[in-house]
Design a protein around this ligand. Structure first.
Ligand code: NI
Length: 276
């Protein structure tokens, strides 16, 4: 690996999942060794959102998002909503997510997914938190929701509406999302040799609107494809990202970390620890 003196942020890793029960502290230690000094752990339903917040409360450099993933949209109800409001009293809850639509697996019925998605977008506006968006074969409906939602946001979310996580949208769609205050999440697939379209899109989108993520334990980057992913591997994504933008690894790390700090309002947290 190249040398790199800057810090990295993994803006999407599901460290609360049981995949990490045996070695979570080693995984966190390896992340630190790799220079990853900010991690965002998004929930997938109420129980995993609670675990994400617990993990964030235990580790100064870990933050949480609370949300119901489209796979579990049928679990969304008023109780979940009330619980999320309570969880969001913690300053460690910096986003609502992961939320969105997944028409590929359709584990929840599409109309239920849309209702849960819209309700959580409204909750995010109410709580003044950015959103972490999951999309799979549903970009048109997602953009419809986001364009409407982003027309009337509180000032705190101005230019910081959320992130299209592990982006698979085309260049034009990504640019529209950016114009409406979204960041673009760059994940492991950008390291795959056959992902030429994604390479082009990543290289053409503005440096100041992209953030890096692993989506651990899923989507492991090359050369670890197919294995369990973990936050330390965000460095592999940063290396490929740097190549695609013809910049140094240090610059890629610095810029994308700064973007994540802006989006998730990490400026005021952990003032004693070194940020970049
Ligand atoms: Ni995810």
């Amino acid at each position: 690996m190249n040398t790199c003196s800057a810090f990295l942020a993994d803006t999407h890793c599901h460290l609360m999942l049981s995949d990490f029960d045996q070695d979570r502290s080693q995984v966190l230690a390896r992340a630190r060794e790799a220079g990853v000094n900010r991690l965002l752990v998004p929930g997938l339903d109420l129980a995993t959102s609670r675990s994400a917040v617990e993990l964030a409360e235990q580790h100064p450099h870990v933050f949480a998002a609370v949300g119901v993933h489209p796979h579990y949209a049928e679990t969304w109800n008023n109780v979940t909503q009330t619980e999320f409001r309570m969880l969001a009293r913690s300053p460690k809850v910096v986003a609502i997510g992961e939320i969105g639509l997944d028409y590929y697996r359709n584990l929840s019925r599409p109309e239920i997914q849309r209702a849960a998605f819209k309700a959580q977008l409204d909750l995010a506006a109410e709580l003044e938190r950015p959103v972490v968006i999951h999309n799979r074969q549903a970009i048109d409906d997602i953009m419809d929701h986001l364009l409407t939602w982003s027309m009337d946001l509180p000032p705190r979310l101005d230019g910081k509406a959320g992130v299209l996580h592990a982006n698979s949208a085309d260049l034009e769609t990504a640019k529209i999302a950016i114009a409406r205050g979204f960041y673009i999440g760059v994940a492991g697939p950008v390291t795959y040799r056959n992902a030429q379209a994604l390479h082009q899109i990543t290289g053409q989108l503005p440096l100041e609107r992209q953030i890096l993520e692993t989506d651990a334990p899923f989507l492991a980057p090359h050369p670890n494809r197919g294995k369990r992913n973990e936050p330390a591997y965000v460095r592999l994504i940063a290396e490929r990202f740097a190549e695609l933008h013809s910049i140094s690894l240090t610059e890629a790390a610095t810029k994308t970390s700064q973007n994540a700090i802006n989006l998730f309002n990490w400026n005021h947290e952990n003032e004693n620890s070194h940020i970049l």
